[in-house]
Design a binder for this molecule. Sequence first.
Ligand code: TYM
Length: 336
Amino acid sequence: MGKQRAFSGVQPTGNLHLGNYLGAIRNWVEGQSQYENFFCVVDLHAITAPHNPATLASDTYTIAALYLACGIDLEYSKIFVQSHVSAHSELTWLFNCITPINWLTDMIQFKEKAVRQGENVNTGLLDYPVLMAADILLYQADKVPVGEDQKQHLELTRDIADRFNYQFAKGKPPILKVPDPLIRKEGARVMSLMDGTKKMSKSDPAEGSRINLLDPPDVIQKKIKRCKTDMERGLTFDDPERPECNNLLGLYMILSGKTKEAVAEEGQDMGWGQFKPLLTETMIEALKPIQEKYQAVMTDKGYLESVLRDGREAAEAIANETLNQVKAALGYSMPL
Ligand code: TYM
């Protein structure tokens, strides 16, 4: 039996932060030899919020280069750009016509983001999860490695697949594979450095709330120095009264590769004055190889382009096959 297939993606909106890395990309890298992987830069999703046309293409390249820098290995994985494979847009339209609108208005991320867009909520924002379902289902993916915040979108993807199979392949073998989310407990929800109850996010206007993968050491140092803590001495995990403490210890644990028990013991008598420099150092060391590899990849744009071209060709072959099956099931004639 062949390998199972994994699919995932990140939006090219600004820089990648530690949440994207620990919640998603690190897990892609760790699991990649087990699967046949497709990792996409989801640039169509990036315009559901106001965006800058002058930087969209370069941001897309930055994310693709960061995938490589984080350790995506082309022996196991393809990297491609969503807008380069037109089947994503086309399948979204077809799915739009079988997705009840209340499934979309119920989405937590839509509600949160719609508040931020105020009067100008665009249809794309509402439709965002349908495009995400098209991304995943086009590749008949078995597994979708993501952070905790994407759980609801994955449930919707499963519902769309089930509904399509039920309505258009009844009594026949299912056309669309129903995928499973892959959410690792550690790092699934990295919190803001300025509020331990809020998710670390690209859209937070406060730059000090997140660590970007390309932040230089002095910036990391400054952000950790200023990050929110509390008045207690002795650092502990899982205290609901101390969300910042839990988040920072968790980051230290993952980035140092130590066990939870070891970190709990190390932190029990520590004050913030001792812990912060330790966390800073650990973070700088963990991000250094990624930053070095990123610089190397960016010096050879031709190479990056060839990676994306190769990825697109492989992606397109699979995506078009699924799209044709879906269109045939819906009753479309094929182009002559
Ligand atoms: P995006 O770009 O917002 O996030 C990319 C990935 O990072 C994870 N993530 C986090 N994980 C832990 N803690 C955080 N604070 C944190 N912030 C973000 C997200 O869960 C995600 O895995 N809608 C997707 C992009 C997408 C996609 C897909 C993913 C489009 N199509 C198909 C999988 C499959 C998103 O959230 O992007």
